[in-house]
Structure formats: C-alpha cells, structure tokens
Design a protein around this ligand. Sequence first.
Ligand SMILES: O=C(O)[C@@H](O)C(=O)COP(=O)(O)O
Ligand SMILES: [Zn+2]
Length: 212
Amino acid sequence: MSSESKVREDIVRLSRSLYERGFSVGSAGNISAAVDDGILMTPTNSCLGFLDPAQISKISRGGRHVSGDKPSKEIFLHSAFYETRPETGAVVHLHSTFATALSCLDDTNPDDCIPPLTPYVVMRVGQVKLIPYIRPGDEKAGHLIRELGGRYAAVLLENHGPVVTGRDICSAVYAAEELEETAKLLVLLRGAPARFLSDANVAELKAVFAAY
Ligand SMILES: O=C(O)[C@@H](O)C(=O)COP(=O)(O)O
Ligand SMILES: [Zn+2]
C-alpha cells in the first residue's frame, strides 16, 4: 500500500472509530492529514462514520482542490495549521460535547481553556487557546490561526468546538480524545475545589515529554 493509500485508510478507520464512540455525530467535524504532495481532507457534509477512501478530497498545499469530493468548508482553518506549524501531520475538528460545552461557557479562560488537571493532557495537548466566534467555513478562521504564530497545537473555536493537531493522524486523534475527556472532567468538577497541576509540574512535564 502506498503511503497515500495508507493515510486514506487511516482517516477512514480513525474517523469511524470517533463516530462510533460518539466523539462526532451526523456530519459534524472534519479531519485532514498531510501527504507528500498535498493534504487529504474529509469531504464537506460527510459523516465521519461512513467515509469512502476514494472520495476523500485532496488539496494542494496552496489550498487548490485537486481530486475527490468537495473538501470540508474548514479548509482555511486546517491549512493555517499546516502553514504555521510545519511539523503538523494531521488536524482534527470535532463538535465533541464537553469541549464544545467549554467553548460556550462565559468563564472559560481564553488563554488556557483546558487548565492542567492531569499530566496526560499537558503531554498530549498542551495549552489551548480560545478563538473568538467566527462563522463555520469563514476564511477569517485561517487569519486568526495564523496570528497565533504556530504556538498552539490545539484551540477551541468559541461556541463551536475543538481543533487539535498532531504529528500524524493517530497522534492528532488521540490528542482530540484526551482534550474531550479532560473537558468532561472540568465540567464534572465545576464548583468543586479541584486541585490543578502547578506551574512547576507543567514545566517538568514539558521538559521530560518534549511536545510536538
Ligand atoms: O461546524 C461546521 O459547520 C463545520 O466546522 C463542520 O464541523 C462540518 O463542516 P464540513 O466539514 O464542511 O462538513
Ligand atoms: Zn464544526
């Protein structure tokens, strides 16, 4: 199997897994992954549970539609991550329930939407920035991500949902799952005297587990 065929199969397999476990519903969410000569992206209005590897959209690094079905309307959002974080191998956008709940709460810290509750979220996701509300598919999403200068591997789109990146599709999906589970803990612990990791704890984790 060529590496592009493998990436197509991985997108289908991991998307289905996310769908079957309730991380996405209906036609919400989109996933992309880098290949040698461009980016593969889930088609617009497709359900992550029922993708066909041959219909996955392919776009050039410049954002031109090369083959397959029409790409996700979030092409600008995804492209901006590949541009500003050259080590990015995949981008996962979901409407997963708890992360989306945090994206709607007025008291979510815009500079640290997912505070360090456990070591694994620090290791897998890092600090998460809130992106002010934009209409889904608006080109402005690309500008706002570029303004971050590649400093964040994951963001929450206000009143919309998470966008998580990784070195490859597996890492990006695992990070998206970790972000969602931590968001669930944060919602469960709202109002309780939760203990967070200290700055020193976070610094140690970053030093030992080099972030992507
Ligand atoms: O919320 C939206 O409309 C998009 O961000 C989304 O999740 C699905 O859009 P497509 O990938 O264009 O189907
Ligand atoms: Zn969306």
